[in-house]
Design a protein around this ligand. Structure first.
Ligand code: PHE
Length: 344
């Protein structure tokens, strides 16, 4: 075939028409890809025409070269434009199958455990009285749990029947009172703290006992703290928690680390009007201050200069009363039917 300039010009023009109409007719990306190879590929029509340039004269070459370039650019632009049209159409078609009126897959909101809710409420009430939160380890030394709290080695709580001992002699704290000791050893007075946390005893688990339970400890030490402060604090707290009409009673009791000591009972018509035992409390025994001073190596807890009160109550029993749960084990079984009843 001759490659005269005029003829080449005609062939370029007819290839342009052929290519543009093939591209316009392509109905999917597969067809469009075929057109790209057919016209612009290494052995495609435009490339083959370019080879004809070799037979042209020096003067004709730039002219035809420009025409061929224009053709390549026009075909490329048409292919690109068609490709974005097809992509947009495919996207629209995919979106059209989505029924936006269908309900979505909602994210289920969890809720806090009833004990966490109670701890939060208790903390909020004590915050208003200026109490800060203190903490301590669940695995304790005998000294922090017993000795420093004036609880001698022959005390029944130190029996292996009652307390979980670790092989190294440490133990799972039997009460949060160990946090009293840790706080005083680490900080000089005045101290005003509450400490919610787990406590552990070798109790047979039944409807009213758990081997791991939750307590909240309180400690206030400063010059001139009195039994009246203790009573006022405790009454304020439980009235806030249970509401007006709640009666509080202090019964003399014994704890090694407080003197005098009391048990606190509460009665409210809302809860069958019977007295229930809630907490232990008392004035910090001077022997505890002396132990703390010895450990600190100073005498900032001089029993002649500072006094304090302490209290501790079990939160599980409280949570049961406030929520009407009859079996304490429900608090640890993680049954969602039970847990989802409580929302903040
Ligand atoms: N730790 C005592 C208990 O677990 C409660 C208590 C705390 C009593 C603080 C007096 C003062 O029974």
């Amino acid at each position: 075939m001759e490659n005269q300039p005029a003829q080449l010009g005609v062939r370029i023009e007819s290839l342009r028409i052929e290519a543009l109409s093939a591209i316009a007719e392509a109905s999917d990306s597969g067809g469009l890809k075929e057109s790209r190879v057919r016209f612009l590929g290494k052995t495609g029509s435009v490339s083959l025409l370019s080879e004809g340039m070799r037979t042209l004269s020096k003067e004709e070459r730039p002219v035809m070269g420009k025409l061929l370039n224009d053709l390549r650019e026009a075909v490329t632009a048409a292919l690109d434009a068609k490709e974005s049209t097809l992509t947009a159409e495919a996207d629209a078609a995919a979106l059209a199958t989505i029924d936006t009126s269908l309900p979505g897959t909602g994210a289920e909101a969890g809720s806090l455990h009833p004990l966490s809710l109670l701890v939060d409420r208790a903390v909020q009430i004590f915050r208003r009285l200026g109490f800060a939160i203190a903490d301590g380890p669940d695995i304790e030394t005998e000294w922090h749990c017993f000795d420093a709290l004036n609880t001698p080695a022959d005390h029944p709580a130190r029996n292996e029947q009652d307390t979980f001992y670790l092989p190294d002699g440490r133990l799972l704290r039997t009460h949060t009172s160990s946090i009293q000791v840790r706080t005083m050893v680490a900080n000089p007075p005045p101290i005003r703290i509450i400490a919610p946390g787990s406590a552990y005893r070798r109790d047979e688990v039944d409807a009213t006992h758990l081997a791991q339970f939750t307590q909240m400890e309180g400690l206030y030490v400063a010059p001139g703290v009195s039994l009246a402060d203790l009573k006022g604090t405790i009454e304020f707290f439980f009235l806030e928690l249970f509401g007006p009409g709640t009666e509080i009673r202090f019964r003399p009791h014994f704890f090694p680390f407080t003197e005098p000591s009391y048990e606190i009972d509460l009665r409210t018509e809302a809860l069958d009007g019977k007295w229930m035992e809630l907490a232990g409390c008392g004035m910090v025994d001077p022997a505890v201050f002396e132990e703390v001073n010895a450990k600190r190596g100073d005498s900032v807890y001089d029993p002649e200069k500072v006094s304090g009160f302490a209290f501790g109550f079990g939160l599980d029993r409280l949570a049961m009363n406030l929520t009407g749960v009859s079996d304490i084990r429900m608090l640890t079984e993680n049954d969602l039917r039970f847990l989802s009843r409580f929302t903040a």
